[in-house]
Write a protein that binds this ligand. Sequence first.
Ligand SMILES: [Zn+2]
Length: 64
Amino acid sequence: MVLVAKACRICNLIISEGNVCPNCNKSDLSDRWDSYILVFDPEKSELAKKIEAKTPGKYAVRIR
Ligand SMILES: [Zn+2]
């Protein structure tokens, strides 16, 4: 079984199931994204600030 995770176009969060982003409650998702980063501490991660990640999780770096 191949599970294609989707990424939220609004906040970049990667969602492995469902069609609504649990972070911003929007359904503007894309399955065309490139790489992702794991954010553990949004306060201390420069990359997290760059993509405006506010909660720990898996985020897409680039969404097409
Ligand atoms: Zn979102």
